[in-house]
Design a protein around this ligand. Structure first.
Ligand code: S3P
Length: 444
């Protein structure tokens, strides 16, 4: 994002939220549909693609690597793929903007091809760790030829000439890391295996199967999975329907829960069990969320969610739930501050390396608005008072989810809540302010 002027915003308490809305397409699935479409032979059609900046940057990267990427008049997208291993060396650096997912997934996909690619991003992405992806990619045969200190962007990667299939056990629970390995493994002969001790979102595996790859998933230990991909498949182009993003739905959902008198329906939200930790947690807190019209769209379960304002109680959120709600902690913390009693969110180490240090940013956001909050090791503890004073200014640190969580908080606070910059919201949720206003929210 060319970003020199800040766009501040303020949210104020107002009327109950009412209405029926559909949030934009799932970010994880949108990135994957573009990348697998670019690796298939023939034309893939995607409907409901998230047209946020993160995904648009992945679309541009696919074009730079040789795929054709077209937005059709009806709003669908067509991708003409080059086949597994068929990426061409891009003419210049690939700029992923704010997106760790786009960057790490494409590093995997390009790392399995015999091309040299430079990856770059904005100031936030340049701070994020890439070493975690380079470690397995080096075993596959790729080699970083230049990078900033600490394995950071800008980074130039020479992809593998003869990629090797590996068995890899990621040291952190990360769907991005798992996906990078699987996407690189596509070009290797034989079986690439990823062993996860904590299962993370499985959209890459599901979509690989949808495009015709042979991918098997078996349970591993208590919470884990073992995923095995047979390399060098011919990927067939496929139609992809992108469901509404549960991580985006989380914002109007929590807003409706904490704004007295609200009654909102969120349409077509993906309910993949590896993404529903927030729903489970809010259910335990006493939230009135009804799951209506459960159906399948594009290989994923979706439902309409009816959300009514609810009195919430603090709960203990176990660490093993974190992968299923990793992006939802800032807005859960807002719900927790509006609840009665203590909420302890355990095992949030990974939040420190998101678009911002999200653990610190979430705590600061609440503290600056009069909530009682503490970080204890990797745990976030919020002492809910049933209300938030508000009146504070929130620093968003180029982080879309901190920006949206803070605005949701302002809708139920006694005093307005301001944020320094709303611009990054478009990375994942274009139209957020308008959608919230359509429900009656007072955001300016
Ligand atoms: C994502 C995985 C998560 C998540 C991100 C999207 C994905 O990151 O935070 O927003 O699409 O694979 P990690 O895998 O690094 O936890």
């Amino acid at each position: 994002m060319n970003h020199t002027v800040l766009s501040p915003a303020t949210a104020r308490r107002g009327q109950p939220l009412r209405g029926r809305v559909r949030v934009p397409g799932d970010k994880s699935i949108s990135h994957r549909a573009l990348i697998l479409g670019a690796l298939a032979v023939g034309e893939t059609r995607i409907s409901g693609l998230l047209e946020g900046e993160d995904v648009i940057n992945t679309a541009k990267a696919m074009r730079a690597l040789g795929a054709t990427v077209t937005r059709n008049r009806d709003g669908t997208w067509s991708i003409g793929g080059v086949g597994v291993g068929g990426f061409a060396a891009p003419a210049g650096p690939l700029d992923f903007g704010n997106s760790g997912t786009g960057c790490r997934l494409v590093m995997g996909a390009a790392g399995g091809c015999p091309i040299t690619t430079t990856f770059d991003g904005d100031a936030s992405l340049r701070k994020r760790p890439m070493r975690r992806v380079l470690d397995p990619l080096e075993r596959i045969g790729a080699r970083p030829v230049a990078m900033a200190e600490g394995g950071r962007l800008p980074l130039t990667l020479a992809g593998a000439r003869d990629p090797l299939p590996i068995v890899y056990e990621p040291p952190v629970a990360s769907a991005q890391l798992k996906s990078a390995v699987l996407l690189a493994g596509l070009a290797a002969p034989g079986e690439t295996t990823v062993i996860e001790n904590e299962a993370t979102r499985d959209h890459t595996e599901r979509m690989l199967a949808h495009f015709g790859a042979d991918v098997r998933t078996e349970p591993h230990g208590t919470h884990g999975r073992r995923i095995t991909l047979t390399g060098q498949p011919e990927l067939n182009p496929a139609d992809v329907m992108v469901p509404a993003d549960p991580s985006s739905a989380a914002f109007p959902l929590v807003a409706a829960l904490i704004t007295p008198g609200s009654d909102v329906i969120l349409e077509g939200v993906m309910t993949n069990p590896l993404r529903t930790g927030l729903m489970t947690t809010l259910g335990e807190m006493g939230a009135a969320i009804d799951t209506l019209a459960v159906r399948h769209e594009g290989g994923e379960e979706v439902a309409d969610l009816r959300v009514r304002a609810s009195g919430l109680t603090g709960v203990d959120v176990p660490a093993e739930r974190a992968p299923t709600m990793i992006d939802e902690y800032p807005v859960l913390a807002v719900a927790a501050a509006n609840a009665s009693g203590i909420t302890r969110m355990r095992g949030l180490k990974e939040l420190r390396v998101k678009e911002s240090d999200r653990l610190a940013a979430t705590a600061d956001m609440l503290r600056n608005n009069g909530a009682e909050v503490e970080i204890d090791g990797d745990d976030l503890i919020v002492a809910g008072k049933g209300r938030i004073a508000g009146g504070g200014q929130v620093v968003t640190h180029m982080d879309h989810r901190i920006a949206m969580a803070a605005l949701v908080m302002g809708l139920a606070s006694e005093q307005p809540v301001g944020i320094d910059d709303a611009a990054f919201i478009t990375t994942s949720f274009p139209g957020f302010v308008g959608l919230m206003q359509s429900l009656g929210a007072n955001i300016a």
